[in-house]
Design a protein around this ligand. Structure first.
Ligand code: PBG
Length: 326
């Protein structure tokens, strides 16, 4: 059997024929738009390492979120740049913290927009690590278990402010369970957890460090983020997060980890998110600015690839641009 060799490619000519038979569809309902919220009023401060991205104060962020909702995007992901930082990241779980205030303001004005929050300490600690720094160097840079209650408190404070989904991203062992237990105890059993399940120690987070003003003051995050050489390890990380109660599992970054996205979707069948990170955004921007890449085509191709690999949703700084294109 088999196909005749000289088979006409009838389905490839007209763009509508191609659209009709496309195996992968990218649509705006799959996209989540990340935002950085900072103190002040009327702030819209450009992030140099990420052209087209800004730090917003709460008031300007609300306007931005209204436009985001208007554009048909379903969700935003919030990162906070606090007024003060300390060793324990206490501004991260303060009731009047920057993210908490932003959530309240957005939920008041944008009823049709899901607010997801990044639950991590690196934006709020003066040393820039994702947890409490341990005094025992044998334990690695951070004290895993001492960090868990702080992440749980941060997630609860986000839920209290009105967050729809919390996304623990510190890569501490047991963080999903700690957050789940705390949410359930405080009467938030309905709030889903999007777990940064397979988070690699990646150079592609580079531009984010400027955006969130959170570079580690010493050392790096390799002690608690994953080695890009490993793929079975990612499956073990995802399995743990699913067992601990994750509702959505995330792979991060996206483009260099398409095989991880594929395996995660195949092996777990869970709602799967991919994070198209700062460096993946900025590399396209930089090349496009030089005229080396066609930005629109590169953005469509790369995001389609992430969906083709198995992601159900993409967190991407290109969300607004894609919303206009799709
Ligand atoms: C916080 C966090 C980081 C990113 C998302 N959440 C920084 C890191 O893990 O080092 C990176 C996102 C991006 O690069 O766009 N832990």
């Amino acid at each position: 059997m088999g196909f005749p060799t000289e088979r006409p490619r009838r389905l490839r000519g007209h763009p509508l024929l191609r659209a009709l038979t496309a195996e992968t569809r990218l649509c705006k309902e799959q996209l989540i738009c990340p935002y950085f919220v900072c103190p002040g009023r009327g702030v819209r401060k450009p992030i140099t390492s990420m052209p087209g991205q800004f730090q917003f104060s709460v008031d300007t962020l609300v306007e931005e979120c209204q436009a985001t909702q208007q554009s048909g995007l379903p969700a935003v992901l919030l990162f906070g740049i606090p007024e003060t930082k300390d060793a324990k990241g206490s501004s991260g779980y303060a009731d009047d913290g920057i993210v908490q205030r932003a959530i309240e303001a957005i939920k008041e004005r944008c009823q049709n927009l899901l607010v997801i929050t990044d639950v991590c300490l690196c934006e709020y600690t003066d040393h820039g690590h994702c947890g409490i720094v341990s005094d025992d160097p044998r334990a690695g840079t951070v004290d895993n278990d001492a960090t868990l209650p702080l992440l749980a408190a941060e997630a609860v404070s986000h839920a209290q402010a009105g967050a729809d989904i919390v996304a623990p991203s510190a890569m501490m062992d047991g963080q999903v369970q700690a957050v789940r237990n705390a949410l359930d105890e405080r009467d938030f059993p309905h709030i889903p957890i999007m777990a940064y399940a397979a988070k690699y120690a990646s150079s592609f987070y580079g531009p984010f460090r400027e955006a969130a003003e959170s570079p580690p003051a010493f050392g790096d995050r390799r002690a608690y983020q994953m080695d890009p050489a490993n793929s079975d390890e990612a499956m073990r990380e995802v399995a743990l997060d699913v067992a601990e109660g994750a509702d959505i599992v995330m792979v991060k970054p996206a483009l260099h980890f398409l095989d991880i996205i594929y395996r995660t979707k195949q092996e777990f069948g869970m709602p799967t998110a991919a994070y198209f990170v700062s460096g993946e955004y900025s590399q396209i921007k930089a090349a496009a600015e030089r005229g080396w890449l066609d930005e629109t085509k590169a953005v469509l191709e790369s995001h389609t690839a992430v969906i083709r690999a198995g992601a159900d949703m993409i967190i991407t700084y290109y969300a607004r641009k894609l919303a206009d294109m799709l």
